[in-house]
Design a protein around this ligand. Structure first.
Ligand SMILES: [Fe+2]
Ligand SMILES: [Fe+2]
Length: 195
């Protein structure tokens, strides 16, 4: 890992609780491994993984205040579940506090919880790494997701989107419309027949 990334690692550690930091390192290295597999830029993937949850441990009311203060829109779904805001607030902090200018990294951080239609390779790598990193609690289909991530990245993405929607709907949790849009886009893109 280069010196600049290691400096960022030390800084982000101060803003995360222990479990979130361990998760963060898992996402960083998993994103790095996926970048090696799929030919993405390794440093971009490591930085995106390292910073993706940099806003996660900010209290929810503060997240909303920080978004409003800095002109970041808060949707009704985000108002109901402010934890969702950590993605766009994280991209804002990555630019502001960690001086990231790379639009690809900022995009990946912004869409890491919901995805978006027409995701870039880096967007997909971060979204998937966040789910499959080694410290994640076992999710349904985890073994398959971990294998697919290295075999067919779009199939992996689609399966994770679908599983997230099933999980949120089964628990009556709010679904961000962006997740729904991403799912519909990739269902069509991959010509899936199922509901
Ligand atoms: Fe996150
Ligand atoms: Fe995460």
């Amino acid at each position: 890992m280069n010196e600049a990334i290691d400096k960022m690692r030390k800084k982000v550690k101060k803003y995360l609780d222990k479990d979130r930091y361990i998760h963060t390192l898992g996402v960083m290295y998993t994103a790095g491994a996926l970048a090696m597999r799929w030919g993405a830029d390794l440093d971009q993937a490591l930085i995106a993984g390292l910073l993706h949850d940099c806003a996660k441990c900010i209290p929810n009311d503060k997240k909303i205040r920080m978004c409003r203060k800095n002109g970041i829109t808060v949707s009704p779904a985000e108002e109901a579940n402010p934890s969702l805001l950590h993605a766009k607030l994280g991209a804002y902090l990555a630019a502001k506090k960690y001086h990231i200018r790379d639009r690809g990294i900022l995009s990946a951080i912004t869409c890491h919880t919901t995805g978006k239609p027409q995701m870039s390779l880096l967007d997909k790598i971060l979204y998937i790494a966040d789910y499959i990193e080694p410290n994640r609690a076992q999710l349904p289909n985890m073994a398959k997701a971990r294998r697919l991530a290295f075999e067919d990245i779009d199939e992996c993405l689609y399966m994770l989107l679908k599983d997230s929607l099933v999980y949120l709907n089964s628990r009556g949790l709010p679904v961000d419309p962006a997740t729904e849009r991403t799912y519909v886009y990739y269902k069509d893109y991959l010509k899936k027949e199922e509901d």
